[in-house]
Design a protein around this ligand. Structure first.
Ligand code: 5RP
Length: 220
């Protein structure tokens, strides 16, 4: 499995051009991509990072981490996904970095998604859908999503019975038992609930290119 992730990350290097500022996602597949960038850290101008975790890895390789407010629009964003459907719609946020990932994807001209074959599905929803929520709105959002979707929201916890707190200081609800036949509509509907920071559906802004480790790239 991790060999397929590594192969996908290596293939994404074909999209990296000299002097670029590269948007960088989060997760184990992206870690391989950061390591590949790190083989020649001065080849790119720098990176915009989607998480503290990726920032630490980029810096460890000597890659400058830049502020999106200063870079302006990006040419390239490379990130993994938890699920990917045939239209390149994604579920993301397994690593709790969905909000910054979504911001960078929106700011980027080309979103290259790197996955292994286990992430490919016909219909999104087998992977619980992450939703980042302002802490005081947790129960309200959970109730509204249950009514709206019939799914089952689960408050994401970590070892020691502590809530997972995002890099933005918020909490995560993972919505189980969904079958997402209209991802754009669900993305927009969940976004409307007060207290929702972002939902880990990338349908309104899908990936442009999907690289499945060990398989030819999928483009429109
Ligand atoms: C983090 C993400 C990741 O891209 C997603 O969870 C996939 O992770 P991995 O590459 O470790 O399988 O959305 O928020």
């Amino acid at each position: 499995m991790s060999e397929a992730k590594r192969l996908a990350a290596e293939k994404a290097m074909d999209h990296v051009e000299d002097g670029m500022v590269v948007g960088v996602g989060t997760g184990s597949t992206v870690a391989y991509f950061i390591d590949a960038l790190g083989r020649d850290p001065t080849r790119i101008k720098g990176a915009v990072s989607s998480s503290e975790q990726s920032t630490a890895r980029l810096k460890a390789h000597g890659i400058e981490v830049l502020d999106l407010n200063h870079t302006g629009p990006l040419s390239l964003y490379v990130d993994g996904a938890d699920e990917c459907d045939p239209r390149r719609h994604l579920i993301k946020g397994g690593g709790a970095a969905l909000t910054r990932e979504k911001i960078i994807a929106e700011a980027s001209e080309r979103f290259v998604c790197i996955i292994d074959a286990s992430k490919q599905v016909e219909v999104l929803g087998r992977f619980p859908l992450p939703v980042e929520v302002i802490p005081m709105a947790r129960s309200l959002v959970a109730r509204q999503i249950t009514t709206m979707t019939g799914g089952q929201p689960v408050f994401r916890m970590q070892a020691g019975d502590k809530a997972v707190i995002t890099d933005n200081g918020n909490v995560i609800l993972d919505i189980h038992h969904l079958s997402i036949t209209d991802p754009k509509a669900l993305e927009m509907a969940i976004n409307q609930i007060p207290g929702v920071v972002s939902v880990g559906l990338f349908a309104r802004r899908p990936a442009d290119v999907v690289i499945v480790g060990g398989e030819p790239p999928q483009v429109p």
